[in-house]
Design a protein around this ligand. Structure first.
Ligand code: G6P
Length: 613
């Protein structure tokens, strides 16, 4: 939700900030803006639409400066127009601020300031914050910009990653973090600030992650970190970021999503590197090794997540229950955080998140921790809030995911879930031979993925035949029901075709009413114990002239004759099939969206990292 970037140093800040905004655009893309400090003045340009539209404006009205801030927005308060875009300037035009998050008491602040005849220009909550900083700064001659910034933040309720500059103190950039991430990049005589490391990595690998409740003052040669509620300096060493530039560039692919789908043949191997024990038919997950006894002894295991990660959680439940016979509840984090769930020191909460920053998932973790539960994070972004706030964790190592629709992060989450389930299961006596069957299949998955990618043509053909429809249905049974849910979500997200996922047998209890010759029904149909049942469901769709698209790992004559389209993945273990089948569904959604002329990497209204409730 919103990308923020700041710079202080000797470079020309404008191209650097615009380039940084493009890297952060996946976080929000309804409007963008930039402000630089030059000759004691703040120059700002803002524009609704994509960063490229802002760029055109900046080209027409050149601006220069070596201190600046920039923002790409995902609207919460106020529609995405030019005025509501960030940066927001105070009424004197001497302070500029960018904000990611929500200021919950913005109405009260606005009312108090409007009573003092301070004019507001936008509908945003963020403007209340810059006007408050301004009122405090200009009201009190004794107060520095830093002092006013700190005091204003102490009056604010809500979530923020915030960066501000002031024309009166032009050698300073201030930033603070409460709920929305901020990374400081340390260069030679320069500093960078951003929502994540992607706009920083080409300049420096040396970064500091600001902690919750901290603020930082940057000058070209110095940084000082303190708590927002105290001016005492906090000392913190820097860490090195591992990300490479290639990982965050599209290369020869048309879209990040396509690149990330293709990357899965390597990312899955990265996820499993050093973790598979083929000989003993088990897995080794170093991050949770010490906590395995607590998980095995838990009264109750919850897995919590949002969006695509929630689907990985559903698959995780089936696997953990199957291999380790431990009962697992899966909960939407947004529901879990507010309901009176049974949580005590014998509870384990596993949180799954690509970004590691999702506000609801973080809140669910904090709630469980407060009640004494053991918390475990399954995250992709190293050093993210969820990774840092949980007691232990497993990184998915899928590399940076830029496309808003999650692909490689999802399959990595499922791979981690599979390894976790097996590891717990083997401790509880699950058969070593059967364990070996699974580890062997996991070990070969990169070849299976390559085979799927090589046959992309068949998937594109299905998309060509179905891209004009309004609805899709996805059906699967058992562990493949969440695969159906994820397939439907992927399609909705990027093609805007309405799609629903259902357990195949549930079709009869409602969705069957929708089936006619214009309704494609995707069946996830592996050759497992549910195969004959799925065939009956396919018959039912066929009888109503629905368009049957089957995905299987073993083609039979019957399935072939019943299917309008049959897509095959290489024959594999039934618990590896959800990963390979999902890749087919990702490609299907991708091709359908391309054929419909949709914006692939930045679908309308979505954002990659949802840092507000
Ligand atoms: C957003 C993204 C989804 C993602 C979900 C949860 O909705 O668009 O792709 O699955 O947030 O995000 P997380 O980072 O916690 O996995």
């Amino acid at each position: 939700m919103c990308g923020i970037i700041g710079y202080i140093g000797n470079r020309d800040a404008v191209p650097l900030l615009l380039k940084g905004l493009k890297r952060l655009e996946y976080r929000g893309y309804d409007s963008a803006g930039i402000a630089v400090l030059t000759d004691g003045q703040i120059h700002s340009i803002k524009k609704s639409g994509k960063v490229s539209q802002l760029e055109v404006l900046v080209d027409d009205t050149p601006m220069k400066g070596s201190i600046g801030i920039a923002h790409t927005r995902w609207a919460t308060h106020g529609e995405p127009n030019d005025i509501n875009a960030h940066p927001h300037l105070d009424h004197t035009g001497r302070i500029a601020l960018i904000h990611n998050g929500i200021i919950e008491n913005h109405e009260t602040i606005r009312k108090v300031l409007e009573e003092r005849d301070i004019p507001f220009t936008s509908d945003t909550d963020s403007e209340a914050l810059v006007q408050l900083v301004s009122a405090m700064y200009f009201d009190d001659d004794e107060l520095s910009f830093e002092g006013a910034f700190r005091a204003a933040l102490q009056d604010v309720v809500g979530a923020y990653g915030v960066v501000a500059v002031c024309a009166e103190e032009p050698e300073t950039v201030l930033a603070a973090r409460m709920g929305s991430p901020l990374v400081i990049g340390i260069g030679e005589g320069e500093y960078f600030l951003a929502s994540d490391a992607s706009p920083i990595v080409e300049y420096t690998r040396n970064v500091i992650y600001l902690d919750e409740g901290e603020m930082v003052k940057l000058t070209p040669d110095n940084h000082s970190i303190s708590r927002i509620d105290s001016s005492e300096i906090v000392s913190r060493g820097s860490v090195e970021i591992e990300m490479s530039i290639e990982q965050i560039e599209k290369g020869d692919f048309d879209h990040f999503m396509l690149k990330e789908i293709h990357e899965q043949k390597h990312t899955i191997t990265d996820t499993m590197r050093g973790r598979l024990n083929l000989e003993d038919g088990t897995t080794h997950l170093g991050g949770i090794a010490d906590f395995k006894p607590s998980i095995l002894a838990a009264d109750r295991v919850y897995i919590t997540a949002c969006g695509t990660s929630w689907h990985a959680a559903l698959i995780g439940k089936q696997l953990i229950e199957n291999y380790a016979q431990i009962p697992v509840d899966v909960e939407y984090a947004s529901e879990f955080r507010y309901r009176n769930a049974i949580i005590n020191p014998d509870t384990v909460l596993i949180a799954v998140s690509q970004s590691g920053e999702t506000a609801d998932t973080l809140a669910a973790i904090r709630k469980a921790k407060n009640l004494g539960a053991l918390t475990i994070g399954i995250c992709n972004v190293v050093g993210s809030s969820i990774a840092r706030e949980t007691d232990a964790g497993i990184y998915t190592h899928a590399g940076p995911e830029i496309g808003v629709a999650s692909t490689k992060a999802f399959t990595a989450q499922v791979a981690v879930m599979t390894m976790l389930a097996l590891s717990l299961g083997r401790r509880k006596g699950f058969d070593a031979g059967l364990g070996r069957d699974l580890t062997k299949a996991l070990h070969h998955i990169d070849n299976d993925i390559q085979t799927i990618l090589d046959d992309d043509q068949s998937i594109r053909k299905v998309a060509q035949d179905t891209h004009m429809v309004d609805n899709f249905l996805y059906l699967g049974r058992g562990i493949n029901f969440p695969v159906a849910l994820e397939g439907a979500l992927k399609l909705k997200e990027i093609s805007y075709i309405h799609a629903e996922g259902y357990p195949a047998a549930e079709m009869k209890h409602g969705p069957i009413a929708l089936i006619d010759e214009n309704m494609p029904v995707v069946f996830i149909a592996p050759r497992d114990d549910t195969y004959s049942k799925i065939l009956s469901n396919i018959q039912e769709v066929k009888a109503r002239r629905g368009i049957v698209i089957s995905i299987t790992d073993r083609k039979t004559r019957e399935l072939d004759s019943l299917s309008d389209h049959l897509l095959e993945v290489p024959r594999t273990h039934k618990h590896v099939f959800p990963i390979t089948a999902s890749i087919i569904l990702q490609l299907l959604a991708y091709h359908l969206a391309v054929l419909r002329g949709c914006e692939i990497d930045q679908p309308r209204n979505l954002a990659k990292s949802v840092t507000v409730e």
